[in-house]
Structure formats: C-alpha cells, structure tokens
Design a protein around this ligand. Structure first.
Ligand SMILES: [Zn+2]
Length: 274
C-alpha cells in the first residue's frame, strides 16, 4: 500500500514562487492498494485534477473502478471534482462515499450559475454510498473505516488497513485545548502513518483561530504519541504558510517527534518502507 499526496493545502489553492516545495493544491489523497487495481481516493480538492488525468491516461493498466471518499463538503475538499476527467468517461465506474448526501453536495456545486454543466453530463457509472456509523467498506483486501471529527459541519477521519499495514487520514479537525481526542487516538492506534490537520501554529491558534475548525502540530504530536503511530505527517497547510514557514514548522515538529514530516504535493509514502 502507498499513499500519494496530490493536494495538501487547506482552505484555498495557492501558487507562486513561495509555494514551490510544498505545493498549493487543496486536499486529495490517493491510496494505491496492493490487493486490487481499483483507485482509492480521499477528497476531491484541486489536487484531484492531475490524479484524474493520470488515471485516464493509464486506463488500460487498472480496473477503472474509482472509490472516492469525502471527508466533508467544504469547498476545498470538493472543488476539484468537476475537473476529475474519469467521471466523464463511460468506461469508468465511480463510487462516492460520504456520511452526508454526496449526490446533493456535488450537484449543488455544479448547479447553474456556478458551473457551465451539471453532474448529469458525467458519463461514468456512478454510485453514491451513504456511510453509516461503524460501517466499514471492503475494497479488495483493504478495509476503510471512519469516525466523525469535530469541525464546523463535521468532518470524517478514515483509516485504511490492508495486509498488515494502516494509514489514518484525519483532517479537518479542531482539538479541545488540553483535552486529547480519545476517540481519534483509539481509531489511529498502532497505525503506520497518521496524516493530521496541523493548519495553525500554537501561537496562531491562541491568537484568534480558536473555533475555526483546525488544529496544530503540537496537538498532532500529542495525538501521535497517544496512538503510538510510527510516522506522523502534518497536513492541511494554511494558505498563509509559505515554503519557509512550512520548513520551520517541519523542523520544529521533528525536533519534538523525530521522523515527523510535513506533507508535500507529490509525496509518496509506503508504510512498508518507513
Ligand atoms: Zn473543512
């Protein structure tokens, strides 16, 4: 199993010379499974555009079944979906999984006057799955489980287990100061990789960002320690944090918990090779 980071930025895409190293696309992860050639994707921020082009180009090399899991409906997690080319190709099969009504969410995003065409012009075979609490989804030998995350309108954490390895994706979420998210620590227990919302520094959080729905790298480290995860990856970078700032955050976090890294667009991690 591998995780490929196609988008790592929170809130809004950024571009320009200050964002070259970490990239500027909004959330999209691809989980490459070992047991099956289906595409497993989490979130459809702007990063999903490039991933879609790659899946369309390599259509003969995989099953053309795409499983897209959505953490929640905030713009930065769905704005790339209208530009996901496989959704327009009839030979692709697209399963969309969400704890909310994903059909309504994606239809609304493409409704006039916000987008020139509607969801109905997408020709891939579509299936919408409403995720219910404690329901796991089986894809090949992989299991995808989920729990709710504290966030405005609520977000969803996903855990993927396959052949003895595990990846947990937990964004967007805010912690309660001084109080560990025990449910998340339990959910992430023993994971190889924990990808966690570290949008703000502790200083920014204290100086007016409390209640905005995001967390800090200090909290990420506390959680990673409590859950006993092997590798912590900081995620959902603030659009105001340029490469220099993100490198400083990564260095500070790695000093406290060796091996901690900040996610970058294009990064590929394999739990078997940490
Ligand atoms: Zn959000």
């Amino acid at each position: 199993m591998q995780v490929v980071f196609w988008g790592t930025r929170g809130s809004i895409p950024v571009s320009g010379p200050k964002y070259v190293e970490f990239g500027g696309n909004t959330p999209c992860l691809q989980i490459r499974l070992e047991s099956v050639s289906d595409a497993l994707i989490i979130d459809s921020g702007s990063g999903i555009r490039e991933l879609g082009l790659q899946l369309a180009r390599s259509a003969d090399l995989h099953s053309r079944a795409v499983h897209l899991f959505l953490t929640h409906a905030h713009w930065d997690h769905i704005q790339g979906f209208p530009f996901f080319v496989p959704a327009y190709i009839p030979s692709f099969k697209l399963g969309i999984y969400c704890t909310k009504d994903a059909r309504l969410i994606l239809e609304n995003q493409m409704r006039t006057p916000f987008f020139p065409v509607g969801l109905d012009v997408m020709l891939a075979k579509r299936e919408f799955h409403l995720l219910t609490p404690s329901e796991g989804v089986q894809i090949g030998e992989a299991t995808v489980r989920h729990i709710p995350l504290p966030h405005p309108q609520e977000s969803t954490a996903f855990r993927i287990d396959e052949r003895g390895h595990s990846i947990v994706f937990a964004t967007d979420t805010e912690h309660s100061p001084g109080q560990l998210n025990e449910a998340l620590a339990e959910f992430a227990a023993g994971a190889d990789i924990l990808i966690y919302d570290a949008q703000y520094t502790s200083e920014e959080y204290k100086a007016g960002k409390q209640g905005w729905g995001h967390s800090t790298f200090a909290e990420a480290i506390r959680l990673a320690e409590a859950a006993g995860v092997r590798r912590l990856v900081l995620y959902s970078h603030d659009p105001g944090h340029d490469d220099e700032m993100l490198k400083a955050i990564e260095t500070a976090a790695a000093r406290e918990r060796p091996g901690t890294i900040s996610a970058r667009d294009g990064l590929v991690l394999d739990p078997a090779q940490l």
